[in-house]
Design a protein around this ligand. Structure first.
Ligand code: UFG
Length: 349
C-alpha cells in the first residue's frame, strides 16, 4: 500500500525535487509551501473543533500521514546574522509547532533537513557523523538546536523515529530541465551565481579567497546532485518503515532506529575553480572571474564521510560534477530567468 507523506517546504529547491522522486516512487504526497502552513493547519483544527464549516480544509489531517519530511525553513546565512529572531522563530519555533501537531495526530516519523553547516569549520575531513559540532551563525545554530530538540523528543517518547539528514552542497537540477534552483535576488551560493553569469544576468563571478591551503587556493566543498539528495530522502523513509539498522561498523549486530543522523554527500571535495571549469565545459560559456578576499565565516575544506548512509540507508550518490553541471545548464538554458521573467527577477545590466 502506498504511503502518505507530508512535505513541508515542498516548493523549494530540494523539496520540489524530492516531491517528484516521491511521486515517481509511488508515494502519495501532500505538499505545504513554507512553514506558515503549519500554523494554518493548527488554526483550521481549532476551527474545526468549534464548528463544522471547515471540514474540507482539515483534509490535511484527515489523511493519516505515515511520515513528514520537513524542509521548510530560512537558509540565508547573512540574513540570519541580521535577523536572528526571524530565523529562530521560523526555523526553531516552526519545527516545534510541527512536532506538536504531529504528536497530536499520532504521526511520529520525521525526516529533517539538517546541514553540513553543523560541522562549522571542520578540523578534520571527511566529516563523519561523530565529528564535533559547532555553529558560526544563527542559521547554523537553528539547525543544531533542532537536531538537539529532535533527540530530546525521541528520548522522551521512543515511539518517535527521526532521521536527521546533513546535506552537503546540493547543486544541479532535474534532468528534465523543468525544475531547478531559482534564488531571489543576488545568489549567495556558488552555482546559482555561476549559472546567472553563464546566461548573461551577471558580469562575473567573485571568487571568495584564493589563498586557502587547498589544491588551487580556493575553497573545497562536497557538491551533490539534487536528485541524489532527493533519493536520500526516499532511502530515509524506507528506513523509517523498516527501522532495523545493521550497524555500519559491526555488521553482525543490529539496532532499531530512534533519532539517527546521516551525511548526504558524495565524499569528494571539489574546489571553486574546478567547479567553474566543469560548468564551462558543460555550458560552452566562459565564466569571467574576479578574485576577492575570503568571505567571513567560510570554511576551507568541507566534505563528507558517506560510509554511514551507504551501510545503514543503502544509499549512495550516483552523479559526479559533470552530470551536476550538465543538468544545471540544461535547466538554466531552458529557463534563464528561473520561474520568473526578466522583469520580475532583477536583471543586472
Ligand atoms: N563562493 C565563491 N563565490 C560566490 C559564492 C561562493 O567563491 O559567489 C565559494 C565559497 O567561498 C565557498 C564555495 O564557493 O568556498 C561554496 O560556497 P556556497 O555559498 O555555495 O556554499 P557553502 O559551503 O558556503 O554553504 C552551503 C549552504 C549552507 C550550508 C553549507 C553547509 O549555502 O546553507 O553549505 O556546509 F549550511
Amino acid at each position: 500500500m502506498s504511503k502518505n507523506i507530508l512535505v513541508t517546504g515542498g516548493a523549494g529547491y530540494i523539496g520540489s525535487h524530492t516531491v517528484l522522486q516521491l511521486l515517481l516512487g509511488g508515494y502519495k504526497v501532500i505538499k505545504m509551501v513554507g512553514i506558515v502552513g503549519i500554523s494554518l493547519i493548527i488554526d483550521k483544527l481549532l476551527l474545526v473543533q468549534r464548528g463544522n464549516t471547515l471540514i474540507i480544509k482539515q483534509s490535511y489531517w484527515v489523511v493519516r500521514f505515515d511520515a513528514v519530511i520537513h524542509f521548510a525553513g530560512l537558509k540565508a546565512v547573512g540574513e540570519s546574522v541580521e535577523k536572528p529572531l526571524l530565523y529562530y522563530d521560523n526555523n526553531v519555533i516552526g519545527t516545534i509547532t510541527l512536532l506538536e501537531v504531529m504528536a497530536a495526530h499520532g504521526c511520529k516519523n520525521l525526516v529533517f533537513s539538517s546541514s553540513a553547516t553543523v560541522y562549522g569549520w571542520p578540523k578534520e575531513v571527511p566529516c563523519t557523523e561523530e565529528s564535533p559540532l559547532s555553529a558560526v551563525n544563527p542559521y547554523g545554530r537553528t539547525k543544531l538546536f533542532i537536531e538537539e530538540i529532535c533527540r530530546d523528543v525521541h528520548h522522551s517518547d521512543p515511539e518517535w523515529k527521526i532521521i536527521l539528514l546533513r546535506y552537503f552542497n546540493p547543486v544541479g537540477a532535474h534532468p528534465s530541465g523543468h525544475i531547478g534552483e531559482d534564488p531571489r535576488g543576488i545568489p549567495n551560493n556558488l552555482m546559482p551565481f555561476v549559472q546567472q553569469v553563464a546566461v548573461g544576468r551577471r558580469p562575473a563571478l567573485t571568487v571568495f579567497g584564493n589563498d586557502y591551503a587547498t589544491k588551487d587556493g580556493t575553497g573545497v566543498r562536497d557538491y551533490i546532485h539534487v536528485v541524489d539528495l532527493a533519493d536520500g530522502h526516499i532511502a530515509a523513509l524506507r528506513k523509517l518503515s523498516d527501522p532495523k539498522i545493521e550497524l555500519a561498523f559491526n555488521p553482525t549486530s543490529y539496532a532499531i532506529i530512534g533519532c539517527e543522523v546521516y551525511n548526504l554527500g558524495t565524499g569528494k571535495g571539489t574546489s571553486v575553480l574546478e567547479m567553474v571549469a566543469a560548468f564551462e565545459r558543460a555550458s560552452g560559456k566562459k565564466i569571467p572571474l574576479v578574485m576577492a578576499g575570503r568571505r567571513a565565516g567560510d570554511a576551507e575544506i568541507v566534505y563528507a564521510s558517506t560510509k554511514k548512509a551507504e551501510c545503514e540507508l543503502d544509499w549512495r550518490a550516483r552523479y559526479g560534477i559533470e552530470e551536476m553541471c550538465r543538468d544545471q545548464w540544461n535547466w538554466a538554458s531552458k529557463n534563464p530567468y528561473g520561474y520568473g521573467s526578466p522583469e520580475s527577477n532583477g536583471v543586472m545590466k
